[in-house]
Write a new protein. Structure first.
Length: 530
């Protein structure tokens, strides 16, 4: 006989105690308590946040190998002695020079060392982060951030010999921005309809909308399980869920504050017209379907828009600052000129925090959610040292801000219930093209949150080499121009995050198409706490 676990027992006990009180308990209180208890029986709240770095972030200057051999090869290709431009960063321990020219490595200072567990695969290696990543260095050091090394799309374990063998399966359309963004998010080139975040959400959506009437529960499950505070993307799309897209400061609705052209009566009239179904409209399939879509959108706005946590309130806003674009919490310090600049990525994460806070309302009954935000501009074919420093400073500030906000949420510290990870369509070349780099393949990513087994570099960090006279690299991890062959697949990253979100093994195997080609003992990369 199966016995209910602690969460289920708590749910049954609360439901029994409420039913014993009968009509003496107000309906709202009754439903609120039942919703909280049901959420507990579902394992509590969890959310996954994807931060996509569009353009292909250069991994070689984001997470650096600083052991003697690696650094020698790094300098040979990124700090040439022939007088051409350098794209190499400064060594560990070099203090930032505020008098140096804006956008130079000297002004940014030395790379930031990070620790690791010295697993045998990384014996004798040392690592560091880009000098803009000061908060990530702190998060890594306190155990709430980790590096996932050399990740990329793979259809099977791929060696350097496999790369040169046309008969061996490889991801389609490598080095293409649009195709590799889609492949990272869905395992298929551009045109894919569903991503692995959305497919996970399909499996978990039934945990949302607990305690709500059937029509509301369906809208909550289909539209609020996946949310994007900017344009939606393939990663959030599922077969059943439909990503709910908002602006970075508000959710869509009919008019503003229940007014159209400032008139509440006009708003009410339009709402009535858009909601009603006549006999004639029901007989027309296209009209009827359109009205169903409109009704779902209006209901979604009523459910989310009327509850959205306001700006101007801590922890996501500076108290009293209702214009997010003026909020000092959303400004970062430029590493190039020291000025304070508005951070669009922090604004998106502010909206994610507000949506999470709203979703924590017992009246929505949310248990599992997926969010996606985007920071573009990583295609550094020139001005890489200056431009990447700026973008990584934005990433660093936004992730630090989000971690701080999650720890002070109105419902309590949610930092262990929300996991944030970075992704980018590809890494870049080890070699310089003069003042930047070109499209690559494998790259390094970050995962952040209280449930992360931090202070570690997971996967296998690549071994570097230098090109010979013919431009060939001897390292087993590097092909032409020093591009990295991934040693960890996106499938592995997705599987590890999916298991933490409580998606079953068999369900994950059903939509992670390449995982079965790898050794099953390594499916879970081990960077998440159970």
């Amino acid at each position: 006989m199966n016995h209910p676990g602690p969460s289920r027992r708590r749910f049954l006990a609360q439901a029994a105690s409420l039913s014993a009180l009968g009509a003496a308990v107000p309906f709202g209180l009754n439903m609120s308590a039942i919703t909280r208890a049901a959420a507990q029986s579902n394992g509590g709240y969890k959310a996954l946040v994807c931060v996509f770095l569009s353009g292909g972030n250069d991994a070689f200057n984001t997470v650096l190998a600083t052991d003697s051999s690696s650094w020698t090869h790094y300098l040979k290709h990124r700090r040439p002695t022939d007088g051409s431009s350098s794209i190499a960063l400064m060594e560990t321990g070099v203090a930032p020079n505020g008098s140096a020219a804006a956008g130079t490595p000297e002004r940014q200072g030395g790379v930031l060392p990070i620790s690791h567990a010295n697993r045998s695969v990384h014996s004798g290696r040392s690592f560091a982060l880009h000098p803009s990543l000061t908060r990530l260095q702190q998060l890594h050091g306190n155990g709430t951030a980790a590096v996932i090394a050399n990740v990329g799309p793979l259809t099977r374990p791929t060696s350097k010999a496999d790369w040169g063998n046309a008969s061996v399966s490889k991801p389609k359309k490598l080095f293409s921005h649009n195709d590799q963004q889609s492949t990272w998010q869905s395992f298929e080139p551009e045109g894919a309809q569903a991503g692995w975040g959305g497919r996970m959400a399909d499996q978990l959506m039934s945990r949302n909308g607990i305690g709500r009437p059937t029509d509301e529960a369906r809208v909550i499950q289909r539209m609020f399980t996946c949310m994007a505070p900017m344009s939606s993307a393939t990663w959030l799309s599922g077969q059943s869920v439909m990503p709910y897209q908002s602006s970075p400061t508000a959710v869509p609705g009919l008019g503003i504050a229940s007014r159209v052209y400032g008139n509440t009566a006009l708003h009410a009239a339009m709402l009535n017209i858009m909601s009603q179904q006549t006999t004639a409209s029901q007989a027309n399939i296209l009209v009827s379907d359109h009205q169903d879509v409109v009704k779902r959108a209006l209901l979604a706005n009523d459910l989310m828009g009327t509850r959205l946590s306001p700006l101007g309130s801590a922890p996501w806003s500076t108290n009293g600052v209702t214009n997010a674009y003026n909020d000092p919490l959303l400004k970062y310090t430029s590493p190039n000129d020291g000025s304070q600049k508005f951070n669009s990525l922090a604004l998106q994460l502010q909206m994610v925090a507000r949506l999470i806070a709203t979703s924590q309302s017992p009246s929505l009954g949310m248990s599992r959610q997926f969010f996606m935000v985007n920071l573009g501009g990583f295609d550094f074919h020139d001005k890489q040292v200056q431009e990447q420093a700026e973008k990584l400073a934005m990433l660093d500030h936004a992730l630090g801000y989000f971690d701080q906000v999650l720890r002070g949420m109105p419902s309590g510290d949610l930092s262990s219930q929300v996991t944030t990870f970075t992704a980018s369509e590809f890494g870049r070349t080890f070699t310089s093209n003069g003042d930047g780099t070109d499209h690559g393949w494998g790259g390094h990513q970050f995962v952040v949150g209280g449930a992360v087994r931090g202070t570690e570099v997971y996967g296998t960090f690549p071994t570097y080499s230098s090109a010979d006279a013919q431009g060939a690299f001897s390292s087993a991890d590097q092909i032409h121009n020093g591009i990295l062959i991934p040693t960890t697949s996106v499938d592995h990253l997705a599987y590890t995050l999916g298991r933490w979100m409580d998606v079953g093994h068999s369900e994950l195997m059903g939509f992670l198409p390449n995982l079965a080609q790898f050794n099953s003992s390594g499916y879970d990369l081990g960077f998440m706490r159970t």
